[in-house]
Design a protein around this ligand. Structure first.
Ligand code: ADP
Length: 248
């Protein structure tokens, strides 16, 4: 493992080279981000990236280029071995584990390929649970969960367990769960990868609309060019670095 380097005070951070700052504020920044799993595997090699509030970003590139590693570092799940991730004035690396866990519950939302819903809980309970873990009362968590399930077209299915839902419906529950906390940033790793083309497109457009309605930024890893094309920005990675960026 290498040691972190190139540390500057947060107040001196400038927008990353190659990004075009728009009117939107920056919600999350990576600076010179590096991650070496071991001496031979440098998954990230100096990534500079700004995530803008309420904007969608697709991360593309060939398998093994570092997409998931970048997503996990930006979400504070993986600790980089160099550089830093700034969320507002906070450097995720300087936070204690408990504070990072809390941040993930209160400020971030997650949608993974297979939804990762708890099979023993109903759709409603799956959406409520993270809110209650974040300290919200059961009553308020229920109201929020019902609202977001309805917003994703799932009214009437609240009491069903994941095994009683279609793949697309289960993924919509996962989106409702991610958005119920009104997060600043939603992280999605191949969220439509396990769905057929048509269902995947429906879920994608719901995800984009729901994050826009919630005012959340969306950071999404995808292999699918049509999924990326629906996002406001796309970065393409190669060998742990950003090779190019497109803003639409
Ligand atoms: P992508 O998401 O683009 O497929 P990853 O971020 O998963 O790429 O992986 C980037 C590189 O890091 C690859 O060479 C992969 O084999 C390696 N890698 C990923 N996870 C681990 C791990 N837990 N331990 C060691 N190497 C890993």
């Amino acid at each position: 493992m290498t040691t972190p380097h190139n540390i500057q005070p947060s107040s001196t951070v400038q927008p990353a080279v190659g990004t075009v700052p728009g009117a939107r504020p920056i919600v999350l920044s990576a600076r010179n981000l590096a991650l070496a799993y071991d001496a031979h595997t440098h998954a990230l090699r100096g990534v500079d990236l700004d995530i803008y509030s309420g904007q969608s970003l697709a991360i593309m590139g060939p398998s093994g280029c570092g997409k998931s590693t970048l997503l996990h570092c930006l979400a504070g799940i993986l600790a980089p071995t160099g550089g830093r991730v700034l969320y507002g004035e906070r450097d995720l690396r300087d936070m204690r584990d408990a504070a990072r866990t809390k941040l993930r519950r209160t400020d971030f939302g997650f949608v993974f390929q297979d939804g990762q819903l708890l099979p023993e809980l109903s759709a409603l309970e799956n959406v409520m649970l993270p809110r209650m873990l974040a300290g919200v009362s059961r009553r308020k968590a229920k109201t929020m969960a019902k609202h977001w399930l309805a917003a994703l077209g799932l009214s009437g299915l609240e009491e069903r367990r994941p095994g009683q839902l279609s793949g697309g419906q289960a993924q919509r529950v996962a989106i409702a769960r991610a958005l119920a906390g009104e997060p600043s940033v939603v992280y999605a790793d191949e969220p439509t990868g396990a769905l057929d083309q048509q269902t995947g497109q429906e879920v994608l457009h719901l995800l984009l609309r729901a994050t826009a309605d919630a005012g959340s930024a969306l950071v999404m890893v995808t292999h699918d060019q049509s999924v990326a094309a629906a996002c406001a920005r796309t970065i393409t990675m190669r060998d742990g670095q950003i090779e190019r960026e497109v803003t639409r």
